[in-house]
Design a protein around this ligand. Structure first.
Ligand code: GLC
Length: 730
């Protein structure tokens, strides 16, 4: 439909029809088994259901076709209903959770993964996904860190941009692509205390320099939608925040697409104490430019009256309706309301998709310790022990459209690699401590201690038989994601007890940690001969893990987020400010910025990860020591594989602005390149540094660079390398 026809359509619609295009209702209004991802406020009125412009949480071409047929028949202008779903790391073929995908430092792979997700979801009738989540996360207590790609603005920018490009492709009318939605705008990851939905207090320069960057880069890829976040920012809820939604999003970032609220967020401005009632909340959201109210009932209940009373102009409403109709038009829904609804059955998991997922798993794994080259595993007696050894629950809580039965467990994959006489498995303990399971109200284990004693005894017998124990521990998928903030980052006590008891046997221990967030691993490090982070790896989890354990693939993942010594350090991030009393490397420490009882830095820092080979960084250099704003400096280094195995290495480029009109981080990632080197091979890696990369939010509140000294590191993590220097002259 062309623009004029759309505008004519808007003119012809009744006010009620226009309001309802701005209303999204839960999928449970159509299908009982719909995924409810918010606080369900109960049945909507039939008059709302008949005209609501979109729904979420349902998929499946046959049943969506039936819903669409009924809806189109009843709608006075036959405007198609839109189906939206959270496809954040997989629909049928589930990839590693986004934090794991971040660890691969491979935007191209993430784009391919998003393309695959879009193909599968579109084949199930889905028109739009609520992804990428571009929230910067510096606090491991916040369970939604699992859905992010971590603590760094550059890494998040590249990953979020890659996801938008992968989901949407070049043409939204292509039935193998779906609309993307950049969320949660904005700074949702800065929740005070790491407690979900909590307020965020951010200076404008921190907001602009760190938290807004990835949304901005992703918005340059023209996502169809942006979603408001639940939190308030500096006292004003995002969903009604004019500075955020008008000045930043619409004016500065130039976003012209559809702004959708998060589930219930419009109405929650009442709880925040920012809106008097639902009518006031609807008004405040409309004034902020929220086009679609997801499931709060405020727009459906009060927007027509607000327009009739003149509190909201018909012009403002029409503009919002036109943005929604443009979205449907860009997807080709007017020409083909039944796109993706023809298949007799849903998408099948193809071998090609499994292969892509398997490679993504292997690339996401981060090897943190490998004492005396314990890994790759020897072909001898290997015991796979722990609650993650033989479970198919390897996907996150947000991968609800994927089925566990399609997942390959660690044990299943091990059974394909090791002969029966060389492998054994034992659960060793329950996944969670009793209080955690009871808190979820599903404690079916009456004789809790007895159960764990039995599991432990069997595990110790299995360990006695083995040469090496592969201990598969971690955080259950219900312990990260939405509304799962935790004040402790420790593994469950039952799992730590299992590790300690296995350690007493004196066997070699390879500890695998399956988790959606950083955990406290100091004791795990001490008791393990090898330690690897496996995140929540999804459908091909077992295969990807065994490909690395067995040595078929060398580990290449790097931490996208800092792992602390203790939760007391949170929020923890590598790009911190130096303070006036930085703690010196070798002391004296009195009267410096430090903890009496803990290191300042991370147990394992951002960007860190081992391989099965070693790499030397030779002769890092800059092409010049002075740079004008029009010039570019080339930073280069020769990287050599000094080991006897092929390996991938992520070469990282960090910068420090030594003195500015505002204090500047001790270092910031400004570029990275992942390369593959054969044994003995070396390659020169070159980076271009231009003036744009030196800009920040100055004391004059301008996005500019400032003349002066800069330091540069070309290295292997946020904590190593030698500093090179140059001057920016203006
Ligand atoms: C949830 C989440 C958001 C998700 C939305 C729709 O509350 O905050 O990330 O996309 O609802 O499911």
């Amino acid at each position: 439909m062309d623009k004029k026809a759309l505008e004519a359509l808007v003119r012809d619609m009744t006010t009620e029809e226009k309001v309802m295009q701005l209303v999204q209702i839960p999928g449970s209004e159509y299908e009982a088994d719909a995924e409810i991802t918010g606080i369900d406020r109960g049945q909507v009125k039939d008059s709302v259901k008949r005209l609501a412009g979109s729904t979420l949480g349902i998929w499946g071409s046959k049943r969506l076709r039936k819903i669409q047929e009924q809806y189109m028949k009843e709608h006075p202008h036959h405007i198609p209903l839109m189906f939206m779903l959270d496809v954040i790391h997989g629909h049928k073929t589930v990839l590693p959770c986004p934090l794991g995908q971040g660890a691969a430092f491979d935007p191209e792979a993430v784009k391919k993964g998003a393309e695959m997700q879009a193909r599968e979801a579109a084949a199930d009738g889905v028109h739009a996904t609520f992804s990428p989540m571009a929230d910067l996360c510096r606090d491991a207590r916040w369970g939604r860190i699992m859905e992010s790609t971590g603590e760094d603005k550059l890494l998040n920018s590249r990953m979020a941009s890659a996801m938008v490009a992968g989901y949407q492709g070049e043409d939204l009318k292509d039935p193998e692509h779906i609309a993307a939605c950049v969320k949660h705008f904005a700074a949702y990851g800065a929740a005070e205390g790491g407690r979900d939905y909590n307020n965020t207090e951010l200076s404008e320069h921190t907001l602009r320099e760190h938290y807004l960057r990835a949304y901005g880069e992703a918005i340059r890829k023209n996502p169809v939608m942006v979603m408001t976040s639940f939190n308030s920012i500096n006292g004003i809820p995002a969903t009604g925040n004019l500075f955020l939604m008008k000045k930043i999003l619409r004016e500065e970032l130039g976003f012209t697409g559809v702004l959708i609220s998060d589930w219930g967020a419009v109405g929650e401005m009442i709880n925040h104490g920012y809106a008097e009632d639902q009518r006031d909340a609807a008004l405040k959201a409309m004034m902020a430019g929220v086009d679609i109210d997801m499931c709060s009932g405020c727009y459906s209940g009060h927007l027509e009256a607000l327009v009739n009373d003149g509190a909201v102009s018909m012009e403002m409403m029409d503009a919002a309706v036109l943005r929604v109709l443009n979205m449907k038009n860009d997807l080709g829904l007017f020409e083909d309301p039944y796109r993706g609804l023809d298949a007799e059955s849903g998408p099948v998991i193809t071998e090609e998709n499994r292969c892509l997922a398997r490679e993504a798993v292997a690339a996401s794994l981060v090897l943190l310790e490998n004492k005396e080259n314990t890994l790759p595993l020897r072909k001898e007696k290997n015991a796979f022990i722990g609650p993650f050894a033989d479970t198919k629950r390897l996907q996150s809580a947000w991968a609800f459209s994927g089925e566990d039965e399609n997942t390959v467990s660690v044990w299943e994959a091990a059974s394909e690699v090791y002969a029966p006489e060389n492998r054994k498995v034992a659960a060793g303990c329950t996944m969670l401590d009793q209080d955690a399971v009871t808190a979820r109200g599903i404690c079916h284990i009456d004789r809790w201690q007895e159960e764990n004693d039995k599991l432990l005894a069997e595990a110790l017998r299995t360990a006695e038989w083995a040469d090496t124990v592969v201990l598969c521990l971690g955080e259950d998928s219900t312990q990260s994601g939405e509304a799962t903030s935790k004040a402790s980052l420790q593994l469950p006590a039952v799992q730590m007890n299992l590790l300690r008891e296995i350690h007493k046997t004196g066997k070699r221990i390879v500890t695998l940690i399956f988790t959606g967030r950083p955990l406290e691993l100091k004791e795990v490090r001490e008791l393990s001969d090898a330690l690897m982070i496996c995140w929540l790896p999804g459908t091909e989890g077992g295969h990807g893990v065994l490909d690395v354990l067995s040595g078929i693939v060398a580990p290449s993942g790097r931490l996208p987020v800092s792992f602390p010594y203790t939760v007391g350090q949170e929020p923890l991030h590598y790009d911190m400010y130096p303070t006036g009393r930085p703690k010196p490397v070798n002391g004296p420490f009195e009267y410096t910025s430090r903890y009496l009882d803990c290191e300042n830095g991370a147990l394992y820092p951002f960007g860190y990860g081992l391989s099965y080979t070693d790499f030397a960084y030779i002769d890092p250099r800059l092409s010049t020591q002075t740079m004008s704003i029009a010039e570019t400096i080339t930073a280069s280094v020769t990287v050599r594989n000094t080991g006897d195995r092929k390996g991938d290495v992520t070469v990282q480029l960090y910068l420090r602005d030594v003195a500015g009109s505002r204090v500047r981080p001790v270092r910031e990632l400004i570029d990275f390149q992942k390369i593959t080197l054969d044994p003995g091979e070396e390659k020169e890696v070159r980076f271009a540094i231009n003036e744009d990369m030196l800009r920040f939010w100055t004391a004059e509140e301008k996005w500019e660079s400032e003349a002066g000294k800069f330091q540069v590191w070309i290295c292997n993590s946020s904590c190593d390398g030698q500093a090179l220097e140059f001057q920016l002259v203006k």
